[in-house]
Design a protein around this ligand. Sequence first.
Ligand code: FEO
Length: 411
Amino acid sequence: MYKPLEIAKDVFYVGVNDRSKHLFENMWPLPYGVSYNSYLVTDEKTALIDTVDICYSEIFFHKIQSVLGDKPIDYLVVNHMEPDHSGSIAWIVSKYPGIQIIGNKRTADMLKGYYGITRNIVLIQDLEELSLGSTTLQFHMTPMVHWPETMMTYVPERKTLFSADAFGAFGALDGGVLDTQLTPGRYRDEMIRYYSNIVGKFGSPVQTALKKLSGLEIGVLCSTHGPVWTQKENIADVIALYDQLSRYEAGNGLVIIYGSMYGNTEQLAEIIASEAAENGLKEIMMHNVSKSHESDIIRDVFKYKGLIIGSPTYNNKLYPGVENLLSALQSRYLKNRFFGSFGSFTWADATAKQLAAFAEESEFEILAEPVIMKQAMLRETEEKARGLGQCMARKILSGAEVVPNHTANCH
Ligand code: FEO
C-alpha cells in the first residue's frame, strides 16, 4: 500500500500523521494535526531512527516494510524517549527481536522504566560513531532539547541530521514531506508555537546544542515533527529561527494580554492598543485569557518584543487566567521584553504590585508605571493608558534593544 519515500540517497521517511488527537501532551491544541517522523537509513546494515506514537505502530510497520520487505532492521537509534517517539519501541522489538537499540545511559534508564527493555542495548557516548557500511551514524548529545537523554544523529556522507524535537513544528504533513513539496511558510507559526510551548523552557540548552552543531554541514534536516528541510535557504531560516527564539529575541510587535470580568479592564486594553496603532505599530495581537488558548498566547509572547499584561483584582490576587499565564511564562524563563501593565480593582488593588514583581523577576525593561483603574474609567486613567500605548509603539518602532532591569517612565 505504501511506496518507499526516499528523502536522500538510502534515507527513507517512514513517519506518520496524526489528525485525530486534539491535544498534544494532552494540553496543546492540534488544529492542523501533528506528524511523528521516523527515518530508515539503509546500507549493509540498516538503522531506524526513532519510532512513532503507539496509536500508529501498525501503519508505521507497514511503511517500514514498504522499504525493507521482510529484511530485518539491525539498529534502532533512540534520539528521544518522549512517548510520541518511543511509543512503538516495544512493538518494533517484538517484530525485530534481534534489533540492537542505540542510546545513551539516560536512554537505557528510560527504556527500562517505560517499557521494561534491558536487552540488546548498545550504549554510546558523545561523538561516537557507528558504521553501517558506506555510511556512518555520528551521535551528538544534546541534553534538554527536549529531555535529558535527547541526542541527535548525523550521517556525514549524506549531510543529514536527525535532530529529534529540534526544528520541529506542529501540523501534519498534508501530502508532501519535503519542504520542496509543500508551502514552508504555512508551518512557521506552528513551529514557533511548538518551540515556545514545548521547548521554550530550554533556551540555554538549545543555545548550547546550536553552538555544538554549528560545525556540521547540513543538507537535509530531519526533525521528529513537521517538514523535512532540504533547501539551503529553508535550513538556514529554520536554524536562525531556533537561534532567535532560544535567545528570547523577538520581532517588532506587541502582544496585549488581559483578563476582564465585566469589560472595564478590557477597555484599558482597547485604549492601549488603539493608541499603539495610531503611533504606527501594525503588529499588535490581543488576547483575552478567558477565550484565547494559552498555547497561542505563549506563541505570540515569543514572537513579539512588546508585552503588556492587564488584570482585574480577584480574591486579592491577579485574575486566575492571568496568574496561570504568568506562571507559564516564568517557567519558560521569558526575558528580553519591553513591558507595560494595567489593572483594575473595586476596593483594594492587588495587580500593580504582582505584575511589577513578575516584570522585575523577568528582568524586563518596564516602560511605565502600571495603569490602574478604580471601578470604571476616569479621564486621568485613560490618558495614562494612551501614554503607555504610545510609548510602547515608539519604543518598538525605534528599533531599540531592550535594556534589562531598566525602568523608564513614559507618563
Ligand atoms: Fe516530540 Fe519531546 O517529543
